[in-house]
Design a protein around this ligand. Structure first.
Ligand SMILES: C[S@@+](CC[C@H](N)C(=O)[O-])C[C@H]1O[C@@H](n2cnc3c(N)ncnc32)[C@H](O)[C@@H]1O
Length: 253
């Protein structure tokens, strides 16, 4: 079935179960609406933890000078900026995102920190990367892959643009390990968060419903390992962070 959105319809949780271009449209409309508040929202909803999650993800990348790195779904460019610092400003970082509004905020940060020589911001779809085969030593993605329309296509593209031996480091929401923690987390995600969105923030974008639903519908740690292997990566491991709320998958080509 092909799903379409009316002009002013918000994505909400239904969009998290969609696939393909309908999902892409819905998700992109949401990111356009929240781009200006994305960083603030991110810090509030994660209690500031996203900074440390991103630092941990970057630590899985060998800090070799001359490294060509692609940060996919770079959004407001936090991870791309950390990546550049991790490479001691001696690498070449490409920050790619499908969403112009998110990327504009990111580009402002890159300019503000005088990093335009090191970080290039590009509007690009993860499912159709315009780079030649075997371009990068590293590809990173922070909270991006959960949002793409066709995950296996995006993983195939990531695999294609990596050099042999290159690594894909993926930071994504996952499944808390402890059942008690999982219950608490589900209450926060499915009850408190939508309530905050409706009553406190008076949100009209649907993001407070989309976020927990998209996390629930994304494959858990082990299932995601299988998808990465199916995309061609012979070696895949993962590291749980904050009890498995987030997982860092490291896949080597
Ligand atoms: C939750 S934000 C994450 C931003 C940033 N990486 C971070 O960690 O804060 C997800 C980003 O993925 C981007 N995205 C979603 N689907 C995409 C696609 N098919 N190609 C490229 N970017 C995509 C969105 O536009 C959005 O900026």
């Amino acid at each position: 079935m092909v799903q379409t959105l009316e002009k002013n319809q918000v994505p909400g949780k239904a969009a998290s179960t969609w696939t393909g271009s309908a999902r892409e449209q819905a998700v992109q409309r949401m990111f356009t609406a929240i781009a200006r508040f994305y960083d603030l929202n991110n810090s509030l909803l994660s209690f500031g933890l996203h900074h440390s999650w991103k630092r941990q993800a970057v630590s899985y990348i060998p800090p070799r000078s001359g490294t060509r790195a692609l940060d996919l779904g770079a959004g407001t460019c936090d991870l791309a900026i950390l990546l550049d610092a991790h490479l001691r400003h001696e690498g070449q970082v490409f920050a790619a995102d499908l969403n112009e509004a998110m990327l504009r905020v990111g580009q402002q940060k890159v300019r503000g920190q005088n990093l335009t020589n090191q970080i290039s911001c590009l509007q690009m779809n993860a499912e159709h990367l315009t780079f030649p085969d075997q371009t990068f030593e590293t590809v990173t993605a922070g909270f991006c892959v959960r949002n793409v329309g066709n995950l296996s296509k995006a993983l195939g593209e990531i695999y294609r643009v990596l050099k042999p031996g290159g690594r894909f480091v993926c930071l994504e929401f996952s499944r808390p390990v402890s059942p008690v923690f999982r219950t608490l987390y589900d209450w926060y995600s499915f009850k408190l968060l939508p309530w905050i969105g409706t009553v406190v923030a008076r949100d009209g974008t649907g993001v407070y419903e989309y976020l927990p639903a998209s996390i629930r519908n994304f494959p858990d740690q082990d299932r995601y390992c299988v998808l990465l292997k199916e995309a061609g990566f012979p070696s895949v491991e993962y590291h749980n962070v904050t009890g498995g709320i987030v997982a860092i998958h490291v896949a080597v080509k």
